[in-house]
Design a protein around this ligand. Structure first.
Ligand code: 3PG
Length: 395
């Protein structure tokens, strides 16, 4: 696909779709500005080359109405500090007032449109809304990897009207995932965790034919235990996924993929801080307990297995890491990847949060800014936002 490096942006009005969907704390302040920081290289690149930069994004899921605490002014303020230049927050994303402001922009100016999802037309890819957004600019840049799996107006509608290219973040995300899936340095390992196996089945089915080692952790390991006939106590077992899990194990055996389940687990009565915890073999989970984390024996085994890998992709925490008692398995994997001499790619969402919480994000080759979009890439699904961009060969 074409990127911003392939085009001349000087004096052009450039509409940049970013993903500024940042977490907010209880006071409505930005709790983590990673996604804003990740967009800086593209914005700086465009400003330095004299473009007029019109940024747009969604924030949360306001469902087509104006929600005061989801206005993007707070993102504009943070951006202007990070960029060290003014970033005007507009009151809407389309309409005569926005058009007037954009018409008065100078080269190098940056404005941020209001939350796209205040308009119900954004999510349904309304063609008039998309045309109005496109009408603000001469060029469209997609730098919103995190939302590239959504066929929304600002993602797939706008690029129908304008020259449409990838920003530097989108390019890096897509290139990283493509490289590890298509041409990984081996041995190639995937560590997959999280609460629900049904959320990860498409990923598991895609990576099983590519990896040399597959580690399974998180609450979803219980469904693997159940498929092997172990008792799982009060852990969630997704009975609808049992057949798929059996197929995966068969496929791993057939292809010579080493598939490791946790040999021991941390169990508790509740997934809450302060509760008594026990470590038990995975074959002896008490009836009244829930699997909350992988055990120390499993963490040792996983870390030893990962140590020989040259490429690792990790998606989904090993336990309920938000609760200190259940964070150790996730922390051990994060620490093992931080010291690995090879390529380490962290899927976004809660895995990225965990790596950030342990202060290890900078030790990884790549921490994705996409949650659902990273899962889509790992599942080998095409991303509508990327498909919509101009091909490198286009005039
Ligand atoms: C994300 O947080 O994964 C992206 O910003 C997409 O948000 P969405 O799931 O609300 O579409």
């Amino acid at each position: 696909k074409k990127t911003i490096r392939d085009i001349d942006v000087r004096e052009r009005r450039v509409l940049v779709r970013a993903d500024f969907n940042v977490p907010l704390d209880a006071d409505g302040a930005i709790a983590d500005d990673t996604r804003i920081r990740a967009s800086l290289p593209t914005i700086r690149y465009l400003c330095e080359r004299g473009a007029r930069v019109i940024l747009c994004s969604h924030l949360d899921r306001p469902d087509g109405v104006v929600v005061e605490r989801l206005r993007l002014a707070l993102v504009a303020n943070r951006l202007s500090v990070l960029l060290d230049r003014p970033v005007a927050a507009l009151q809407d994303c389309v309409g005569p007032e926005v058009e007037g402001t954009v018409a008065g922009m100078n080269n190098g100016d940056v404005v941020l449109l209001e939350n796209l999802r205040f308009h119900p037309e954004e999510k349904v890819d309304d063609p008039v809304f998309a045309a109005n957004l496109a009408g603000l600019a001469d060029i469209y840049v997609d730098d919103a990897f995190g939302v590239s799996h959504r066929a929304h107006a600002s993602v797939v509608g706008v690029p129908e009207h304008l020259p449409a290219v990838a920003g530097l973040l989108l390019e890096k995300e897509v290139d990283t995932f493509t490289r590890i899936l298509e041409d990984p340095e081996r041995p190639f390992a995937a560590a997959i965790g999280g609460a629900k196996v049904s959320d990860k089945l498409a990923v598991l089915e895609h990576v099983i034919s590519r990896v040399d080692l597959l580690l399974i952790g998180g609450g979803m390991a219980a469904t693997f235990f159940a498929s092997r006939g172990y008792g799982t106590g009060r852990s969630r077992v997704e009975t609808d996924s049992l057949d798929a899990v059996r197929d995966l194990e068969a496929k791993a055996a057939e292809r010579g993929v080493r598939l490791l389940l946790p040999r021991d687990v941390v169990v508790a009565e509740k997934l809450e801080p302060g509760v008594p915890v026990r470590v038990v073999p995975s074959t002896a989970i008490p009836d009244d307990r829930i699997v909350a984390d992988i055990g120390p024996g499993a963490a040792d085994e996983f870390c030893r297995a990962l140590a020989g890998s040259r490429t690792v992709v990790w998606n989904g925490p090993m336990g309920v890491f938000e609760v200190p008692e259940f964070a150790e398995g996730t922390r051990r994997i994060a620490a093992a990847l931080a010291t690995l001499r090879g390529t380490t790619v962290i899927g976004g969402g809660s895995t990225a949060d965990a790596v950030g919480m342990f202060g290890l994000a900078d030790e990884m080759t790549h921490v994705s800014t996409g949650g659902g979009a990273a899962l889509a890439m790992l599942a080998g699904k095409p991303l509508p936002g990327v498909e919509a961009l101009d091909d490198a060969g286009d005039p």
